[in-house]
Design a binder for this molecule. Sequence first.
Ligand SMILES: C[S@@+](CC[C@H](N)C(=O)[O-])C[C@H]1O[C@@H](n2cnc3c(N)ncnc32)[C@H](O)[C@@H]1O
Length: 448
Amino acid sequence: MSTAAPKQARPHRGEELELTVESLAQGGRGVARRDDGFVVFVAGGLPGDRVRARVGKSKKGYAEASTIELIEASPDRIADTCVHDGEPCPGAPWQGLPYERQLELKAEQVDEALRRLGGLDGFETEEIVPAASEWRYRNKLEYSFGDADGELALGFHPRGDWRRVVDVDDCHLASERNNVARNEVREWARENGLPPHESTDGRGVLRHLVVREGIRTGQVQTRLVTAPAEFPRPPVDLHTIIDGPSGGTDGPTGVLGEEYLEEELAGLRFRISHPAFFQTNTVMAETLYGIAGVYAGLDGTQDVWDLYCGIGTIGLSLAGRAKSVWGMESVHEAIADAERNAIRNGINNSHFIAADARVGVRPLIEQAGNPDVVIIDPPRAGLSQKVVRRLIEAEAPRIVYVSCNPTTLAPNAAQLVEAGYVLKRIRPVDMFPQTPHVECVALLERAG
Ligand SMILES: C[S@@+](CC[C@H](N)C(=O)[O-])C[C@H]1O[C@@H](n2cnc3c(N)ncnc32)[C@H](O)[C@@H]1O
């Protein structure tokens, strides 16, 4: 007679399950088990919640699901602050957790990623830096147009439902200025009777609105994204036209108002082009760069590389303490901004190169010589193994890794440790309260 455990039938896509969330996994999703023990990762569930969740991906060992109804809230939950039309704000999935608990979980996630995923030890995890503001910290928000009961809505897709849009009147992640700007554009669209674009059949006009803000300069920049169509001049700074099925916001863009946004950071003034990356929490970006500066340990004699430099914010904020700064970034508009930003702030020891880091590092060694310090700040996917190999070839005594994803930092750091670096310390920084996202800065030094 066979003693093998009965095979668990995986749930099928679209199936609805009633689950109790037990804990939170890396990245912040809830972990729950079906009665037979089958593991389901639940977006939108906090530990202790009883939820109804709809299954998305379903694999042999686990499934992924999105909460569609909170049947019984965990006794540890606090009341939601940001709610749109009765739906919890999809941009604030952790708002039910007290802020102190959010900080504990984020610090644990960083430390665990490096120890478990990276197999690293012997480093110090410094205390997480809490955010200066728990709400209204975002300087950029992207909204979608949709139809809500026959009326034009401008807001967010509820979690797990890309076809619906909930109208937003006051998002607590955005500043009051941002909320006013969004509501004005919706008013204009309603007055002109413009329909939302339907991704299903390609009909309609309005796709998205991006509102970006210079928190310190008081500037607000609006960018309307539409399908090609004739309509009265919109009250926005930029107008992007996307033909075809894209769900994104990038496309050919015309200027109707202010082309550039300006922001102040670390005592410098920065110009930001609309395709360029800029940290979405200005105040905490300054804190993050401050930690990167401490880890870089500059005394004016070092040649510093700033890889994945965006508009040059990190390198330029450290240029006064460096012999030279070399920034590299793949978005051309961002490099043009970085060059302008250097001139505007009277910085003359910086150089910026528009290049993909995968192919740009070797030529940079040829051009600039070996660096004393490399600062890297890649996107969430982290560095490819090839970029890490190129970085190792640069032989920098010190690498400061600014990461927005500890699960990609961990394997990158492990590869650097394998090549002779030592992970010294790491400091988590909370730039995104009410979400599971955590930023951190890690210091690696060459052994010997
Ligand atoms: C997390 S952002 C950091 C930007 C900047 N350090 C800051 O703090 O504002 C990552 C940047 O890497 C750039 N990037 C993405 N892939 C790249 C690549 N393969 N080579 C160079 N830059 C890249 C993006 O355009 C983006 O500006």
